[in-house]
Design a protein around this ligand. Structure first.
Ligand SMILES: [Zn+2]
Length: 117
């Protein structure tokens, strides 16, 4: 027999049941629809298992990539290579001329740029 995962409400210790949240923001401004979660039908508290949280994180990441993705060509700036930062992204991250950023290599084909506050 398959083992059923039992999750109890942290507030009132009642058995929580799997439910779909119609709307949930795992990250602010990144709404997800039909999110798997566990709900307490006594106090309406809901919670997520680790795998549910991982799924939400992956879905949020996908939305981010689809919302903010730009194809750019590399150009040359003195001895460095340069890539223009699209104005939508400049606005989103509040960058301006003179802003400082940190560039961190991630994999063989990617790096991230973080604004230094
Ligand atoms: Zn409860």
């Amino acid at each position: 027999m398959a083992k059923v995962r039992q999750i109890f409400c942290a507030k009132c210790d009642k058995l929580m049941k799997p439910t779909l949240l119609p709307y949930y923001e795992f990250e602010e401004g990144m709404p997800l629809k039909n999110v798997e979660s566990y709900k307490c039908y006594t106090c309406s508290q809901f919670t997520f298992t680790e795998s549910q949280a991982r799924k939400m994180e992956a879905r949020t990441e996908k939305i981010k990539q689809n919302t903010f993705s730009f194809d750019k060509k590399i150009s040359v700036l003195g001895k460095s290579l340069a890539v223009g930062i699209p104005s939508e992204l400049v606005k989103h991250v509040s960058l301006k001329k003179g802003s400082k950023v940190k560039i961190i290599p991630l994999t063989k084909t990617s790096f991230k740029v973080i604004k230094i506050l």
